[in-house]
Design a binder for this molecule. Sequence first.
Ligand code: ZN
Ligand code: FE
Ligand code: FE
Ligand code: ZN
Length: 266
Amino acid sequence: MVVDYHTHTALCKHGEGSVEDYIRKAVELGLDEIGCSEHIPMPDKFDEVHRMDLAQYYSEYAPAVSGLAEKYKKQLTVRRGIEADFFPGTEDWIRGFLIENSFDYVIGSVHFLGKWGFDNPVFVHHYEERNIDSTYEAYFEAIRESARSGLFDIIAHCDLIKKFGHRPRKDMKEVLTETMKVIADANMCLEINTSGLRKPVKEIYPAESILALAKEFRIPLTLGSDAHSPDDVARDFDKAIALIDRYGGGRITVFDQRNRREVSVH
Ligand code: ZN
Ligand code: FE
Ligand code: FE
Ligand code: ZN
C-alpha cells in the first residue's frame, strides 16, 4: 500500500495547483491514499506569506478536502492532514486549532530557529554568519522540543537544516541518538520526505545515518513527497520505498482520525 501524506497547493502562496489536481495525480499514479497537508494557518500574521489564513482554511481548504474525499472515495482514500509549525509560544493556539478540526494526522515541522526561517532561500546567507555546529545542535533541540510538545503525530523532514548543503563539522551521533530517543519516547513517526532530492542538498530527508538510529529505536516510518506542484506527487518514491525496506521492515504507518496502524508498503 503506497500513500503520499505530504502535499501542498497554491493556497500556501509558494505552491501550485488545486487540491483536486493533486488527487487526480495520485489516482493516475495508482496511490492507495493521498494526504492533504497544507501549511497550517497561524495567529498574529506569523509567516503569513507562506500560508493561507484562517478564513481561507475554513472557506476553501477544509471543504475542498472533505468534498473531494467523498467524490474520489471509490478510487482512493483522501486523508485530512495538516503540516503544523512548531514555534515556541504558539502551542496553545495550535492545540486549539487541532482540537477544533478532526485531522487524520498532524505533521509537525520546524522551519524557524528564533526568527530565522532557515529553510527559506532568502535567508540562506545567515548560515555563513553562524557556527554550523551550534546551528545543527539548536535545530535538533527544536526537533526534540516539537516531539515533547505532544502536539503532532509525525516528525517532518527531520534533517531539514541540511537543505542548502551546509554540513556540521562535529560528529552529530550523540545529538541524533538523543533526538531519536525523544521521538521514540513521544511515540511519534518519522517521515521519509523525498523533497530534499529536489533541493540543493539533493538528498532525501532524513539521511540514512538518522534512519539507522530510528530503526534501533523502532520508530515507525511514513511517506511523503512534500509536493508543492501536482507533478511532484509521489516523486522519487522508488528510492523512499527502498529506504522503508531497509530501515522500516517494508512497513509504513497510515492514519485515520489520528489512530495509526502499520501496513506493508508493497
Ligand atoms: Zn511549503
Ligand atoms: Fe515543511
Ligand atoms: Fe511541506
Ligand atoms: Zn515540508
